[in-house]
Design a protein around this ligand. Structure first.
Ligand SMILES: Cc1cc2nc3c(=O)[nH]c(=O)nc-3n(C[C@H](O)[C@H](O)[C@H](O)COP(=O)(O)OP(=O)(O)OC[C@H]3O[C@@H](n4cnc5c(N)ncnc54)[C@H](O)[C@@H]3O)c2cc1C
Length: 331
């Protein structure tokens, strides 16, 4: 007899898993959350703690690390403790036939649960590079920006055309001595407002250019050569630091081998966030369905849908009412 099975175990303690844990506890489910990283917060804490996020409802702008701190505080507001397990990477989930309970095994131990919500994001991630032969020789090429002050009074060249490249260009504009953004297309794949802010600032915007070569000495890039895609003309840029923001290669890793239905390497879910395996749900960047947008706010909504579906799965006789504030401490 397994008597320590949780109602719900959440795999992945990024923003979506954290919010799901809070909401599940609000619905009086006893919940455990597991992450392979040593801290809560997923991509926000690991990849861009110092970056501002501008598209969270109710926050005109909030630093990623502050949003994680707020989510932690919100997890602390529920009466029942949420069991947090860090530094454990989940290797597999399997059904325990005798008990009808799911067994989740990590690199360190096994956990028992009635249902699972997978909020594992993109799994382990790796930054895309410039793909130049001498790129690895230089220490002043950054693929993640953690500490903005590192670039104080520096000449910075950013490669990329997505949201993070444009957001960092705007943020570094006030800190660095000069910021140049190089993008291989005319149009940026970023929020229109951020692009407009950048174009109206003193950021040097160079479009239709690609990197040609890096020149430096003693492990430090000093000059970047970029080539026009219109006429092949080469331009020389003096740099103190280079930031490459081409996105990430990612893999769900072991999760891809759990017989869960996948599409574009994400977990296919229905409108209840249910995967093809009964009792296993997914939300956030880990999941996919028609129209899916990989953003924090969409993940929060999916967490609510998923937890309410799980509640209904665990309590088929109860009416699946909305949440009661009385489960919050002091209410
Ligand atoms: C540079 C950058 C800027 C961004 N800016 C914005 C923005 O401004 N606005 C916005 O809405 N979105 C933004 N995003 C996207 C946003 O970060 C993601 O949509 C969000 O992090 C998804 O949250 P999640 O909880 O689903 O997954 P994640 O944040 O990826 O968290 C997943 C967690 O699961 C854990 N995990 C994975 N596999 C396992 C396993 N097998 N066992 C245990 N743990 C596991 C990981 O360690 C991780 O902690 C940005 C992303 C990047 C990279």
């Amino acid at each position: 007899m397994i008597d320590n099975a949780y109602d719900l175990t959440i795999i992945g303690a990024g923003p979506v898993g954290m919010y799901a844990a809070f909401y599940a506890s609000l619905r009086k489910l006893n919940v455990k959350i597991i992450d392979s990283l040593p801290e809560l917060g997923g991509q926000l804490q690991a990849l861009y703690p110092g970056k501002f996020i501008y598209d969270i409802p109710g926050f005109p702008g909030i630093k990623a690390e502050k949003l994680v701190e707020n989510l932690k505080k919100q997890m602390d507001t529920v009466e029942d403790n949420i069991e947090i397990v860090l530094n454990e990477r989940v290797n597999y989930v399997r059904r325990n036939n005798i008990e009808g309970i799911l067994e989740i095994c990590t690199d360190k131990s096994c956990h028992y649960t009635k249902t699972v919500l997978i909020t594992a994001g993109k799994g382990a991630f790796q930054a895309r590079t410039l793909e130049l032969p001498n790129e690895q020789e230089f220490y002043n090429i950054y693929y993640f920006v953690n500490d903005i002050e590192r670039f104080k009074d520096k000449k910075v060249v950013i490669f990329g055309g997505g949201d993070s490249a444009v957001d960092w260009a705007n943020m570094l504009n006030d800190v660095a001595s000069s910021v140049t953004i190089v993008h291989r297309r005319e149009k940026f794949r970023a929020h229109e407002h951020s692009v407009e802010t950048m174009k109206n600032s003193k950021v040097n915007v160079l479009t239709n250019y690609t990197v040609d070569k890096l020149v430096g000495s003693r492990g430090e890039v000093k000059k970047v050569y970029i080539k026009s895609l219109d006429n092949e003309a080469v331009k020389e840029l003096e740099v103190d630091d280079v930031i490459v923001l081409f996105g990430f290669l990612s893999s769900l890793g072991p999760i891809e081998t759990w017989d869960l239905e996948l599409e574009s390497r994400s977990l296919l879910v229905d409108s209840n966030q249910q995967t093809n395996i009964s009792g296993i749900y997914a939300a956030g960047d880990a999941c996919i369905y028609p129209g899916k947008v990989k953003m924090i706010t969409c993940g929060f909504g999916e967490a609510v849908i998923g937890i309410n579906s799980i509640y209904g799965f665990l309590n088929p006789d109860k009416k699946n009412n909305a949440v009661f504030n009385s489960t919050l401490k002091g209410k």
